[in-house]
Design a protein around this ligand. Sequence first.
Ligand SMILES: [Zn+2]
Length: 154
Amino acid sequence: MKRVTVRQSPVHGKGVFALLPLRAGERIFEYKGMVTTWREAARWYARRSDSGHTFLFGLSDGRVIDGGRGGNGARWLNHACAANCEAVEGDGRVFIEAIRDIAPGEELFIDYALEIEQQADDDAQRDYACRCGAPLCRGTMLGALASGALVLAV
Ligand SMILES: [Zn+2]
């Protein structure tokens, strides 16, 4: 039975929502997609002008999983600073797991901790402003994680 579904999100574009109760620590699904290099992905997306969403997930070995090619519903996960899910990497694969119990109907979020190549300038800070509404909201989707984070196509 399907545990999650993708539909319009009140936060941003499409989102992933629980259909069944999910338990803390439960593995929900894999972040699927084509495993490629940063360079190849950057080239691929530079040729396309329609990418309003970020589907690249940075692996600790420097490669990326491109959810935009061969990906599944996991690519629609939205960002929240107080996320209810996290991404766990192992053997070059990434799995999305619940951090806490999640009720049916709740939207699933991970903390993107987005990385950008250069020091974030004011425009970038504005582009990636977070309005998740959490009491501890950082005010930005940018983060300091070295790996295991969603990253940007350039
Ligand atoms: Zn936030």
